[in-house]
Design a protein around this ligand. Structure first.
Ligand SMILES: NC(=O)c1ccc[n+]([C@@H]2O[C@H](COP(=O)([O-])OP(=O)(O)OC[C@H]3O[C@@H](n4cnc5c(N)ncnc54)[C@H](OP(=O)(O)O)[C@@H]3O)[C@@H](O)[C@H]2O)c1
Length: 375
């Protein structure tokens, strides 16, 4: 049956972790067309790239078209012309493409996350002028809260916080851009996930970063203690919640408001994660030691030194003191059956999947459903 909501989706970041999961859902659930902007030499290569990611995915209902585009140097007028030439109607845009590295120079982070957003906002304005859009979604991050300690709500933005890295800084600047004059008149939503981990059912992930680095060390027994300052908060959300949430907000007010896709009250501490991970793999919960002893322990073994090196950029995320309030998003999503659950409920599946994929060293394992079937 035809989906009565009509128009199609223009999606950036479709080859990424969140984008793959979102695209798989869209293609399986609706017959509304989707156009994806993908980095590639030309449109044919863009289509081939996305088709390869979809290769073993579920049956598709929606037509899919890929256009080659890099958000750092595309021409918005050209994008609009190519979208129109493709014959796909667009009534919503989800801008998910971003540079998510924490170690970029600020200029490089801004080139993708801020200037790239400016181009997508111009695409949106041009399309909106021709035929009104239902929504433009700016995928941001809850960590625009930076190093703020205490509650951070959906209405909060600049509250005097310091930033841990250029990623956080450039993402808040992108929010300011879309909610400023550039985005005026657009039906705008800003959506902020926290730390995105694998799928609750299958454990599938495309990214083995952030939480997976200490998790791997714990599971491998590379650390046999954790620092006694283990009260840092881990606000973790599964990718299926983020993808369902992004789609489920399609009929929520798009008037410039922000929605948090965060765990909130389900956030756990670093210490709880360590205990859970050990329990899930049959190890004894690690003892707490002083920070000094912990550092000495790490530097005493080769595995510990590897962990310390890998943890580098992620270490500041083990000492988060922010609590996220997601009242607006939850009020809209819970009645639609889209709910966040504690990571303790599905951590064992994340670990099992990560072990099967050897923590990212194997892209696919025979017998394991490929990413897009499970996303
Ligand atoms: N993962 C998380 O924990 C998390 C948490 C909070 C918010 N977010 C936000 O969620 C969104 C998606 O993140 P993700 O985890 O899916 O990241 P990801 O896996 O690194 O994917 C990033 C996507 O952006 C695309 N991209 C990067 N630079 C581009 C450019 N110059 N032009 C066009 N496309 C470009 C990438 O394309 P290529 O495949 O060509 O590189 C990829 O499709 C981002 O906005 C991020 O800030 C993520």
């Amino acid at each position: 049956m035809r989906d009565r909501r009509g128009g199609g989706l223009l999606l950036t970041g479709a080859s990424g972790f969140v984008g793959q999961s979102l695209l798989a859902r869209w293609l399986a659930r609706t017959d509304r067309p989707v156009t994806v902007l993908v980095r590639a030499a030309d449109d044919r290569a863009a289509q081939a790239r996305i088709e390869a990611l979809l290769a073993d995915g579920p049956k598709r209902r929606a037509p899919l078209r890929a256009l080659a585009s890099d958000v750092t140097d595309c021409d918005p007028a050209d994008i609009v012309a190519r979208v129109r030439a493709g014959g796909h109607d667009v009534d919503e845009i989800i801008h998910s493409a971003a540079c998510v590295r924490f170690d970029q120079e600020i200029g490089d982070a801004r080139a993708v996350n801020v200037a790239g957003t400016a181009r997508m906002v111009e695409v949106a304005q041009r399309l909106h002028a021709e035929r009104p859009l239902r929504r433009y979604v700016q995928v941001s991050t809850a960590f625009v809260a930076g190093a703020h300690a205490g509650p951070f709500g959906e209405k909060d933005r600049r509250i005097g916080q310091d930033f841990r890295n250029t990623y956080e800084q450039s993402k808040i600047e992108a929010e300011e851009l879309v909610t400023g004059p550039a985005g005026a008149g657009l039906p705008l939503q800003v959506v902020r996930p926290s730390i995105v981990v694998g799928d609750r059912e299958s454990g599938w992930t495309a990214a083995f970063n952030v939480l997976y680095v200490p998790l791997r060390a714990l599971v491998a027994g590379a650390v046999d203690a954790v620092p006694e300052q283990d009260q840092g908060l881990l606000d973790v959300v599964p990718v299926d919640y983020v993808a369902d949430g992004l789609l489920g907000l399609s009929d929520a007010p798009a008037d410039g408001r922000t929605y948090h896709l965060t765990a909130g009250r389900h956030a756990i501490t670093v210490g709880q994660l360590a205990d859970l991970a050990c329990r899930a793999t049959g190890r004894k919960p690690p003892p707490r030691v002083s920070a000094e002893t912990f550092v000495q322990t790490l530097s005493a073994t080769a595995a510990g030194r590897v962990l310390a090196a890998n943890l580098g950029d992620y270490l500041p995320y083990l000492d988060v003191r922010t609590t996220f309030d997601a009242a607006g998003a939850e009020a809209h999503l819970a009645p639609r059956g889209i709910r966040v659950t504690p990571v303790s409920d599905y951590l064992h599946r994340l670990i099992a999947f990560a072990q099967e994929r050897r923590w990212g060293r194997l892209r696919r394992v025979r017998g394991v459903a490929p990413s897009l079937t499970t996303g």
